[in-house]
Design a protein around this ligand. Sequence first.
Ligand SMILES: Nc1nc2c(c(=O)[nH]1)N[C@H]1C(S)=C(S)[C@@H](COP(=O)(O)OP(=O)(O)OC[C@H]3O[C@@H](n4cnc5c(=O)[nH]c(N)nc54)[C@H](O)[C@@H]3O)O[C@H]1N2
Ligand SMILES: Nc1nc2c(c(=O)[nH]1)N[C@H]1C(S)=C(S)[C@@H](COP(=O)(O)OP(=O)(O)OC[C@H]3O[C@@H](n4cnc5c(=O)[nH]c(N)nc54)[C@H](O)[C@@H]3O)O[C@H]1N2
Ligand SMILES: [Mo]
Length: 551
Amino acid sequence: MTNSIPEIRDSELMFVIGSNTSEAHPIIAMEMKRARQRGAKLIVADPRKIWMAEHADLHLQLKPGTDVWLLQAMAHVIINENLVDHEFIEKHTDGFDAVVEAVKPYTPEEAEKVTGVPAEDIRTTARQYATTQKAGIYYTLGITEHTHGTDNVYCLANLVLMTGHLGKRSAGMNPLRGQNNVQGANDAGATPIFYPGYQPVTDEAARLKFETAWGVPLSPNNGLNLNVMMKELTKGNIKGMYVMGEDIVISEPNVSQVEMGLNKCEFLVCQEIFHNVTTGYADVVLPATCFAEKDGVFTNTDRRVQRVRKAVNPPGNARADWKILCDVARTAGYPMPNYADPGEVYEEMAQLTPKVAGISHRRLDENIRGLQWPCTDQDDPGTPTMHMDGPAIGTAPFQVVQYRPSAELPDDEFPLVLSTGRTLYHYNAATQTRRDPGTVAKQDQNFIEVNRRDARKLGLNHGELVKIASRRGEIRAQVWISPRVKPGCTWMPMHFAESRANILTNDAGDNVTGTGEYKVCAVRLEKLPSSNGATYSQSEIGHPVLNDKQR
Ligand SMILES: Nc1nc2c(c(=O)[nH]1)N[C@H]1C(S)=C(S)[C@@H](COP(=O)(O)OP(=O)(O)OC[C@H]3O[C@@H](n4cnc5c(=O)[nH]c(N)nc54)[C@H](O)[C@@H]3O)O[C@H]1N2
Ligand SMILES: Nc1nc2c(c(=O)[nH]1)N[C@H]1C(S)=C(S)[C@@H](COP(=O)(O)OP(=O)(O)OC[C@H]3O[C@@H](n4cnc5c(=O)[nH]c(N)nc54)[C@H](O)[C@@H]3O)O[C@H]1N2
Ligand SMILES: [Mo]
């Protein structure tokens, strides 16, 4: 996020796009509702009538995968009506003229044809966004989990830059991060292209710095992204894999291919706090401690580094992830330093990473609200709002984007669009939440949201089991006739191991990040003979997949 969660309450306008904020980020949604009560406008762009849309002044219910059209049309209006911030563009950006040219064909009227959003609503959104001072963009996976996810993000960034909504409080560009510490994991270099603090692997000076500090030669090449790894696994080119805290057999797109790959994989290590479906394939499972059983830091979505402290003792032989990693490295022959605690690990990172150079466990103990990076030295109070003195990289480049349709569109054979995501009650692969009787009582089986019109055409009743097929496989789930989705669209959560959405999803990846197209694929619904009333039994959970390595 360029800005911070506490700034949300002072917003004047929130543009929430592709984010089911109240179910996936309920605390942030509460801040948004608070802002709303204090007079802020809320505009939601989402193919589904999510709860947030019910709070909104305007709901742009676009067709899945058409965001580029919507956002380019907004840019078209802002430019045509001269609502741009000329001074900001002049002083801080580069390449605006090319965008002016590129968005010319994206008229609101044409956009209406593609997106299904009335041209007048696009105009209203563009005008209000451009002319409101404290206007922030909030987005998540509805924007990124597409083969054109990066294009979507570029379009949003273009809007921020042309209106000068950067480096101001309660404005900016705010991707809401999914997991408690996914920001921290990325910051620490858990990506194939960066050392800690986004220092590029391909940057010679960065590489030399880390080679000197770690006393080993390092590869000058980027690693493989997850999407490419899974494809190489399926081809049998990846012989060994080390999976830490992920249930890839549930969460990767086109997951039957991943299962085939795991059957070929010669050596699989899972470092886990529970047995999940993927550990069923593992040669070795290393038991790790959960968040409440260890010390360290988490970095929140607004770049806020905070201390977490051990509250309970771990069970059995479970050990902190960092201790396991250190021992594996030592056993493999690398003389890992004898860190006394995670504070010393952080110290090393801070020494090598300018963005967090001023952060330490000691300082975090004194600052109970955490420190937000960039925080470059001991006296730096941290950075709640980024780019206050202009873009951190100097000049911010506009990006020219052209619409590309989703990789798989509905046709006669698979006539419906399926989008997937999450519900309030379960967490991702549900390894954790389906152990809790409370959440299971709220939601115990998979379902697919279908519009009444499509259900009637197919003769489907609310609550009956239906077969859902895509080009990649088929599953069963309960039909939910739902006003949330428009005709032609369906939606289901990703949480259910015995009815995996990812059997259906498309593994075509974004051309920059590789992120799979979880948000759009084509499916067919088939009525099952005498299916009424059939449900899954709880005993099936946890053992849904058999494979030739299971023992
Ligand atoms: N309860 C709960 N909370 C969670 C999680 C969980 O599993 N359960 N998971 C966490 C994680 S890891 C993450 S990454 C976040 C994700 O948080 P979100 O991204 O908010 O969650 P999703 O349900 O994946 O999808 C977001 C929204 O995108 C919309 N959408 C689908 N297709 C499109 C499209 O083409 N365009 C637009 N504009 N919108 C579209 C969907 O209708 C949905 O409302 O949630 C985090 N929080
Ligand atoms: N169809 C569809 N698929 C999706 C998505 C979607 O929107 N639609 N979203 C994608 C997204 S955004 C995400 S983030 C992924 C999530 O997919 P996964 O990461 O596979 O799902 P989680 O349930 O979050 O898995 C976390 C695992 O980590 C373990 N764990 C928890 N704490 C610790 C710890 O401290 N240490 C260790 N070693 N393990 C721990 C848990 O037991 C669990 O097995 O799914 C992706 N897949
Ligand atoms: Mo995520």
